[in-house]
Design a protein around this ligand. Structure first.
Ligand SMILES: NC(=O)c1ccc[n+]([C@@H]2O[C@H](COP(=O)([O-])OP(=O)(O)OC[C@H]3O[C@@H](n4cnc5c(N)ncnc54)[C@H](OP(=O)(O)O)[C@@H]3O)[C@@H](O)[C@H]2O)c1
Length: 161
């Protein structure tokens, strides 16, 4: 099974503010949907709260320490190991955030799909630093949002060496 992380990160590593995304990037959301469709997506309970519903076409796995936690249409688990166990039949499982989950998933991940936004955004949640010497950049696609206030962003794939 491939264990993947998927995230969008600003130039200062921001991934979120007040439990929401700091930017409006519809193309990135479309890409997220295309990549994760028909797969298991594993998220921290706080990220689930910010989304508020299971995402269609995917098995939503919520990681929480609350053993009584239950959400209709989702699978609640109490550890990352348990998240992998319930996803065992999938050829690719996606850790989709937030910061707490990314930090714990990085040591076990084989691939990172990182949207690198080339602008600084204020935030209170950040993508963890990772040692690039352990990863090979296998793809980088530059894009730009439209309009005068547009900014550049790159779809990057890192595979563990
Ligand atoms: N830009 C992006 O790509 C992206 C993607 C996703 C999220 N985000 C942003 O990230 C932010 C949220 O990140 P966050 O770090 O605050 O929270 P988070 O990682 O979404 O969730 C943290 C929660 O997950 C549970 N948890 C974590 N590790 C666990 C473990 N080992 N075992 C059991 N449960 C565990 C705990 O839930 P309980 O408290 O219930 O025990 C913990 O409070 C938001 O701003 C969101 O918008 C950004």
């Amino acid at each position: 099974m491939r264990i993947s992380i998927i995230a969008a990160m600003a130039a200062n590593r921001t991934i979120g503010i007040e439990n929401r995304l700091p930017w409006h990037l519809p193309d990135d959301l479309k890409r997220f949907k295309a990549l994760t469709m028909n797969h298991h997506i594993v998220m921290g309970r706080k990220t689930y709260d910010s989304i508020g519903k299971p995402l269609p076409g995917r098995s939503t796995v919520i990681v929480t320490r609350n053993v009584d936690y239950a959400v209709p249409g989702c699978i609640a688990v109490n550890s990352l190991d348990a998240a992998l166990t319930v996803s065992f039949s999938d050829e690719e499982v996606f850790f989709v955030g937030g910061a707490d989950l990314y930090r714990q998933a990085l040591p076990i991940a084989n691939r990172i799909y990182l949207t690198e936004i080339q602008r600084v955004f204020d935030g209170d949640a950040f993508f963890p630093e990772f040692d690039k010497s352990q990863w090979t950049e296998t793809a980088r696609e530059p894009h730009r949002t439209e309009g005068d206030t547009g900014f550049d962003y790159h779809y990057v794939i890192y595979d563990r060496q």
